[in-house]
Write a protein that binds this ligand. Structure first.
Ligand SMILES: CC(C)(COP(=O)(O)OP(=O)(O)OC[C@H]1O[C@@H](n2cnc3c(N)ncnc32)[C@H](O)[C@@H]1OP(=O)(O)O)[C@@H](O)C(=O)NCCC(=O)NCCS
Length: 343
């Protein structure tokens, strides 16, 4: 098989890269009709890539075999300190991310070899500039690219999962649970439940950073009070014997990734049941309540993020109709490489 050479992405590569992207998007969309149609069109794909190319926060590379484009990858750097907001705390400072539409390998090429050379080129610059946290996103079911990135030390971290349909949740019959929509007077209960969710994510084996310390209380209160003022973002609280034991909340302007169709698609932001009440039907009752609201509002699907390591969340969502559409794979570089060569 031809050995490819790698260099930086140039404007003259846009046409060929757009061709690869449109072809990959068509294949991914056959598996996941929820992907937006636009990128099946080469012109649309080109204009999306051109925006990335002109963005000063991105770095791109191409693998070429003579005049043929064998692959490309473009990553975006997030440099600064995260914004001083509740959600801003969840992002990793100085990280880079390659979006699921921002890399492709042409048919007939060894994806392991092409991705390795593309990543070699890009990561050299990133690590030299102190970017040690690397993410690459792939469409679920793209075994070829998944294998190529696994082969580079990336591991699956997050799933973006979509529930097609907002029908009732099977087995949602917890008789002793009352579910009510939260109002601004309930912000204290929401903060408690969000803190429980944060502690869960900080715990083994997720080990995901979450702002739960007292110094973050102000940020959390500002964030949740703001959400409660907007009717399009309902928060449903489950009560058992008068005690708040669980929460499901939705965001109409959620975190649905680009190129997943956000039309009639509601984002499920938080789902949490207090540990002592888990596994007793509260989660299903909450989801069922949320889906009834979504149906009434005309939503036809629901999207969320869940960590692969989440031992209770992942099985719960996947058992209740959510299916992975996209995965985030992560690799953290050993910082000692910065000084290991000596002076
Ligand atoms: C996910 C969660 C909201 C589900 O609520 P719940 O009240 O526990 O769920 P229910 O009792 O209605 O449903 C039980 C189902 O949840 C899943 N589940 C709940 N706890 C589980 C555990 N400890 N291990 C494995 N599966 C678990 C299973 O799919 C289970 O079905 P099964 O009994 O047929 O295996 C709850 O477990 C939770 O708060 N987990 C921690 C926070 C979290 O991960 N939230 C989601 C973030 S994306």
């Amino acid at each position: 098989m031809a050995r490819v050479t790698v260099r930086s992405f140039e404007r003259g590569d846009l046409d060929a890269a757009a061709g690869l992207l449109a072809e990959k998007h068509r294949a991914d969309r056959e598996r996941h009709p929820v992907l937006t149609e636009a990128l099946e069109d080469t012109d649309e794909a080109r204009s999306m890539l051109a925006k990335w190319f002109d963005n000063e926060r991105t770095d791109g590379a191409v693998a070429v075999d003579g005049d043929t484009l064998a692959g490309y990858a473009i990553g975006e750097r997030a440099a600064g300190a995260p914004p001083d907001s509740y959600m801003g705390q969840l992002s990793t400072p100085r990280s880079v991310s390659i979006g699921s539409r921002d890399h492709a390998v042409a048919a007939g090429y060894d994806a392991n070899a092409v991705c390795r050379m593309l990543y070699r080129h890009l990561a050299a610059g990133w690590v030299a500039s102190g970017y040690y946290a690397h993410t690459v996103n792939i469409a679920a079911g793209d075994e070829r690219l998944q294998e190529a990135w696994f082969n580079l030390g990336f591991g699956r971290h997050v799933s973006v999962a979509v529930r097609e349909g907002t029908g009732p949740v099977a087995g949602a019959d917890a008789a002793d649970v009352e579910v009510r929509a939260a109002g601004s007077e309930d912000v204290g209960e929401l903060l408690e439940l969000a803190r429980t969710l944060g502690l869960h994510h900080l715990d083994s084996p997720m080990f995901m950073y979450w702002p739960v310390q007292a110094e973050h209380d102000g940020l959390a209160r500002t964030f949740f009070s703001g959400l409660l003022e907007d009717e399009g973002n309902p928060h449903y609280v489950a009560y058992r014997e008068g005690e708040a034991v669980g929460l499901t909340s939705f965001l109409k302007q959620g975190f649905i990734p680009p190129y997943i169709n956000s039309e009639k698609n509601v984002y499920l932001f938080m789902g949490i049941v207090e540990p002592e009440a888990q596994d007793g039907g509260v989660g299903r009752a909450l989801l069922d309540h949320g889906m009834a609201w979504a149906r009434e509002e005309g939503y036809e699907r629901c999207t969320l993020h869940v960590l692969s390591a989440n031992y209770s969340g992942e099985p719960f969502w996947f058992a209740n109709g959510f299916e992975p559409v996209e995965y985030s794979l992560e690799r953290h570089i050993d910082e000692r490489v910065a000084w290991a060569r000596g002076g």
